[in-house]
Design a protein around this ligand. Sequence first.
Ligand code: GLN
Length: 326
Amino acid sequence: MTTPDLERRVNSRLDELYERHVDEHEDEVVEYYDPEAPEEEKESFGVSLVSTDGVAFETGDHDLPFPIQSISKAFVYGMALEDCGREAVLEKVGVEPSGEAFNSIEFDDKARRPHNPMVNAGALATTSLVLHGDEPEKCMERILAALRRYAANDSLHVDEELLAAQFEDTDRNRAIAYLMRSQGMIEGDVEAVLELYLRQCSVFATTHDLGMMAATLANGGVNPETNVRALEGRYVRDVLSVLYTCGMYDAAGQWAYEIGIPAKSGVSGGIMAIVPGKLGIAVYSPGLDEYGNSVRGVKVCEEISDRLGLHVFANESEDILLRAVG
Ligand code: GLN
């Protein structure tokens, strides 16, 4: 339970965290997802922590909507598990970290499937499982309904302009998808799968929404504000396991080592991280590092994980002692 005093104190700590990170990232930015964006947009920076009892602590641009991009892969994977069951999904997409960039054209040749659902090839396979040969637009309504349940926000929507722009510029995904069909890894209408995949990437949400979505995963699949279930409880473990090992592109191992909680990033600069039973964390800041992860996002998560001792393998008693004397 929180009290107004506790909330005030946590919020002021978060404001300090914002100040510590707001000026320090520039020289580490390798690229922006949207290099043409106005400078002030590139400088956006929001942080949101949502507890599993639904209390949000936030700072910066936490109400600014941005495209969730690859973060959508986590939720659509959950949906595929619900639709098809674990075995059928595992047949089509593995759970092994690939160590490759998100858009690499690499497959698990032994099992004849993409390595995992968090790289584009795997996400295309998952999306095709959710599509079931349906109309992409109609299926997107189902995905949106689920995302809205996670976020407790009915205004989440697809940005049609971004969708059209992504469609113009998706040759690599198109190549991956056709190659997969030629090898029997996906079936049916490839263009429909691509459309649905790009639609899920084009959903706009705020850092607050994303914090809430992460808190829903942290809360066993039930949104802590509405008490509405967004994902069947038995699949939460599967989604979080894959996020832990594969959620941060080819920096997933480094992330697991340093920060130690399941997470997913997207090329627009969002990161969501999940502390099971405790907390959802979301950060948005568009400057990306060489792996395509938000520079500030990684640093902020690292600091939060360190300070709160969130690493799943942290030696709690030692950490508590260190914090007591530090
Ligand atoms: N729409 C992007 C793509 O498929 C999303 C990828 C991402 O966020 N990594 O290329």
